[in-house]
Design a protein around this ligand. Sequence first.
Ligand code: GLA
Length: 499
Amino acid sequence: MSLMPVLFVLMVTGSVSAGDLTGNWVVRAPQEDGTARRTYLNLKQEGSRITGSIRLTQFFYTIKESTGGPDGFVLTATMLDGKNERRVVYEGKQVGDELKLSTRRRPSDAPTEMVAVRAPPGEGALPARLPPPALHRIPDNGLVKTPPMGWNSWNKFHGRVDDAAVRGIADAMVSSGMKDVGYLYVNIDDTWEGERDGKGNIQSNRKFPDMKALADYVHGKGLKIGIYSSPGPNTCAGYEGSYGHEEQDARTFAAWGIDYLKYDWCGARTLYADDQMQAIYQKMGDALRATGRPIVYSLCQYGREEVWKWGPEVGGNLWRTTGDIGDRWESMAKIGFGQDELAPWARPGHWNDPDMLEIGNGGMTDTECKTHMSLWSVLAAPLIAGNDLRTMTPATREILTNREVIAIDQDKDGKQGKRRWKSGDREVWVRQLAGGAHAVGLFNLSTEEARIAVKWTDLGLETPKQIRDLWTHQNVKGTGPELAATVPGHGVVLLRASR
Ligand code: GLA
């Protein structure tokens, strides 16, 4: 913020004379994958007043303030994103037929410089807003009776995922033993998308030369394959979304052999308000169903609009409950330990999704990763690994493939665990399992080792006959009325207690 007054002074000292900014301008930034990122500035200049819009990948901003003119201007533009207002500032000046522009994410960031050229009128305009359909209930697709398990490219690869990486991951999922313990879906996240062909069919970009062949390869390993799209015209990373092509894209995905779709809100916010999400997600739910192919439907809208209440009605099998996870203890812990109230909404075929695993990505210790794995299992959360399976350490592999912990996650009753006891940084979570057993997680959120001692009755449980430690793989001796353990900092003791 502190830079703005200085910039303002610099910009208005030039005289407002030559040129007219009115018109449609585009910045084209070609990507290695053959696609281009485009920013459109649709400007109208009247004297020293500039109005109009700025469309940048999945964002559409309306210009709210302007100063200067062709010789030097500053545009401030805003958009509503759910309940939040987003804001961008572009500084620029016209040089010949070009606009030299710069913008910053935050006032303290170094500016990003770019050059806009004139674009034909209408190019890059937002498509017309199609009215959301009336609500109805989509029948259950019968899939993922236990939380889905697999891998997703985003956490580790972001935009660098390609055909070779996905094949390598599928190979590693088998050779590492992950497939044997239940990991099944190999999911390609954002940045696979290319342009549409003349008939409007979505195509993959250069990184994925043949999606059908890739799906065949993954299927050949006995695995399933997932893909990603958005209900908006653009995805979060600014690639082509499914807006207005929902049925066509669902048919394309089915024809490729896709088994799982993550559908990410981002780009839809340019056209719809949050309270229209249910109808918009229903559209793709219907489209997937119409293909006749069993496709897991993963809703990704960051837990807005109490999605857990309507996710199943739009055909959703899982729904994100929060914003994006980061590869840090603080992020994982904030998300994971914040899921307590959502427990009633999880059930076979329909899961709360506190986001994909960060285990093995380097930002957390092995102790913290065990906590991550344990907590997600107590939460009946999808276990979607997010690391590079081709190069993971033995410790990471052991954490991800702990069969006893996975058995908790995959318990057939599908009941999500809850926090049953808390004292300062120490928490005990309990998950009720099929056949009357319970998973009990003793979590130490502080950085120092701590002793956790609780009475079984404090947890609402009877003294069990048998207790098993799911990380040491030992039965625990002595089952008195109290449960006590020493837990490392940021660590867990995960038990299975049975009567
Ligand atoms: C959003 C989602 C992430 C990921 C990215 C891809 O941020 O929440 O999980 O899919 O988009 O652009």
